[in-house]
Structure formats: C-alpha cells, structure tokens
Write a protein that binds this ligand. Structure first.
Ligand SMILES: [Mg+2]
Length: 410
C-alpha cells in the first residue's frame, strides 16, 4: 500500500480530531521507517507575497473608477527546494465579495501565514484545519491553500488536474458580456464572440435589461447556449418578471437575488422554470449543503477563491454531484496562475457546463505565466495543461517588474 493510501485510510478511520492527529503520527512513523519520499510530506519553509498590478487590455470599470491593471496578490510557497504559486483572486473593492486585495494582504501576513509557516503538511487538505481559527477571508485562505496544492502536484510530478481527480483533457468554456449601452452593441459583441468560436455566452442582466436583450439574442441565435447573470440585481418581488424569461430556454439564471440570501432563491426557484444558479451565495461547504437541502437552485458556479480553496471545492463538487446539482467554473479576472488552476479544476467530472474561462488575450497582452490560454475554436474548449503542477511557466522576472509591494516569511 502506498504511504498516501495508508494516510487516507488512517484519516478515514479516525473519528475525532485527536484520532486524526494520531492517524497523522502513525503515518509519519511509517513514513520515517520506510524513508519517506520527500514529496509525500512537506514543511512550509518560506512564503513570499507579491502585490502586482498586471496591465489589462481593457480598463476595468467599477463604481469607484477605472482600473488600468488587475491588482492582485501572488503567493510563492517554498519547501524541500521546490516552489509553487498561488493567487488571491480578491478584487480591489468589496463589490463582488467582502474580501479585497488590502484585507487579504492583512489577513495573510498577520494571521494565516503565521498559522501555517513551518508546519508539516501531509495532504493539502490539512491546510483547512490549520487555517480554521480565522473565520471568513476565503480568498486569502484559498490563495495559500492552492499554492500548497500546486506544490504537491509539482513535487509528485503530476498535473494538478490529476491530483484533484480530473477526468478531461479539454474543458468547455464561454464568455461573459457586461451590460451594454444599447441592444445593438450587445448584438455586435455576441456576434464577435460567436465568430471567435465561443459556443456559450453569458450576458449580465438587471432590471430594465432583461426581457428585450434576451429575446433579441435568442431570436438571432436559437441554438446558442445562452445564460443570464444578475449579480443580485433582483428581489423576490420580481418573480413574475423573471418567469417571463422561461420561454427563452436559458441554460440558467445566475444569482438573481441577494448575495447572502439562499432561502429566497429557493422560493424563486419554485416559481420559475429556468434553472437558478448560485454564485455569490456559496462561500462554504455548509452554504452548498443549505442550497441542496432547500432546493435553492439547480446549478453552482464554482469559484475556488470564493469557497476557500480546492479542498472545499472538491467537497462541494462531490456533494453537488450526489445531489444532481450541475457545476461550472467561474472566473475572477485571474492571471495565468489562477486561470491554470481553474482549467485543472474544471476537468473534474461534475463540471458539466461550460466555464467562464476565456482566452488570456481577452484580458492581458502579456501574462505572468506562459503559454497563454487559447480557445480551441473547433469545440469552444481550453486544453488542460499536462505538465507537472500548474503546467505553466511562471515569468518571475515579469512578476518582479510588476511588484508594488512584497513580503517574505521564513
Ligand atoms: Mg456571477
């Protein structure tokens, strides 16, 4: 039996936390006796943080102003002479989620890194327990944990997708189109993306930008896989209005109601035929359980940063699959590090719908990881990297040149 299997068996047998600790000790003893392959466990020796600003092809407009670059935190994890990278997907402002670049930097440097530095990790899932004292701050946790997942994939010389349990070598993808000034401009954008080969289009919707735009696009493209994303722009009182989109055969309506309101999504789903998809509402395994139990939707948009890392993403994946809830992989304007992670994750069996993972050149003319991700036009897919770890080459010199702030812990 492989060491990792022994460990998994010990963990499965263990009931309480103390028992689990015993399981780890047994594993460690066995490992020492059998001259543990260094790749089977690691002690986190060094963690480096880089706050970078990566220039965007199209400036990103928010209600606070226009950002010319994606401000983002990258994490470099070093152990046993091997390095791996993670990325914190938090945005500059708390408009999608409570996490921001600034709050994540604070949480990482003040709390999370001290909790994990120097600790021996047998399985990347151990990171969840180590970081448990800190509540919330899912994106900061995910960045650190995902760096450790990438490290294990690197150290065991397998693609991250294999470590996560992926089954596909290509993943289906689509584009997301923001609210446009006119329906004509929306039509132009959809036409351009369809020409480029994208077979699934998501359009943002809100009160006043719902029925007519959907009807126009649906009439022009009867077979296009079309969906709407409301980013919490409606209330339950709009149920009658939202029911009017049922005849257009959308793949789904994403997050119509409040970001923190699972119960009312259940009330809405009972009143409309279109499948409700939850995005902003799912921050944890418990949220996913609540959605399933309450029948608050039929689809989950999985953003690994929003659920605290790959470990929780995998748990939610398995729960959703068992409950007949379909999944797809969302996007957070990631650099090549996060984008690679998304592509690996989307190769898992229950990611049965196309993800929001667009080609790199839609966002960046030069990325910090190579090669850039490109669309396979013939089938609207992206190829899962086959190299070890994230399967992309990190351009450290470029990262250095973009770095506006840094921190190192060892
Ligand atoms: Mg969304």
């Amino acid at each position: 039996m492989e060491l990792s299997e022994l460990y998994t068996a010990a963990k499965r047998k263990a009931k309480g936390k103390r028992e689990k600790e015993k399981g780890k000790k047994v594993y460690k003893t066995i490992a020492n006796l059998t001259e543990l392959n260094e790749n089977e466990a690691m002690r986190i020796e060094k963690i480096e943080l880089f706050h970078i600003e990566l220039p965007l092809v199209h400036p990103f407009r928010t209600s606070m102003g226009t950002e010319m670059g994606r401000k983002i935190i990258l994490i470099k994890v070093t152990a046993e002479g091997i390095t791996a990278w993670g990325e914190c997907v938090a945005m500059s402002d708390p408009f999608y989620s409570a996490d921001t670049v600034t709050s994540a930097w604070h949480t990482l440097t003040r709390y999370l890194i001290p909790l994990v530095l120097g600790k021996i990790i047998y399985d990347p899932r151990d990171m969840v327990d180590l970081m448990k004292p800190v509540r919330g701050h899912v994106m900061a946790k995910a960045a650190l944990e995902n760096g450790v997942w990438a490290w294990f994939a690197e150290a065991t010389e397998q693609p991250l997708s294999v470590l996560l349990g992926g089954v596909r070598d290509r993943v289906e993808v689509g584009v997301s189109i923001g609210i446009q000034p006119t329906i004509e401009l929306l039509e132009e954008r959809v036409a351009r993306f369809v020409d480029e080969g994208y077979q699934r289009v998501k359009m943002k919707v809100e009160p006043g930008w719902l029925i007519e735009p959907i009807e126009r696009i649906r009439t022009k493209y009867p077979d296009l896989r079309l969906m709407g994303d409301a980013n919490s722009a409606f209330t339950l009182e709009d149920a009658d209005l939202l029911r009017q989109i049922d005849p257009f055969g959308l793949l789904m309506l994403e997050q119509p109601l409040g970001h923190d309101d699972i119960a009312n999504h259940a009330r809405l789903q009972a009143q409309i035929e279109t499948a409700v998809c939850l995005d902003e509402s799912i921050h944890s395994v418990a949220d996913a359980q609540a959605m399933i139990d309450l029948k608050a939707g039929r689809i989950i948009n999985m953003k690994v940063g929003r659920v605290g890392g790959f470990s929780n993403a995998l748990k939610i994946h398995d729960m959703a699959e068992a409950a007949g809830i379909q999944m797809w992989c969302g996007g957070m304007l990631e650099t090549g590090i996060g984008r690679a992670g998304n592509v690996h994750l989307a190769s898992l069996p229950n990611f049965v719908l196309p993800g929001d993972i667009s080609a790199t050149d839609r966002y960046f003319s030069r990325d910090i990881a190579n090669p850039p991700f490109v669309l396979n036009k013939e089938d609207s897919t992206m190829t899962v990297p086959t190299g070890k770890g994230l399967g992309v080459e990190i351009d450290v010199d470029f990262i250095e040149s973009l770095t506006t702030d840094r921190a190192e812990f060892s």
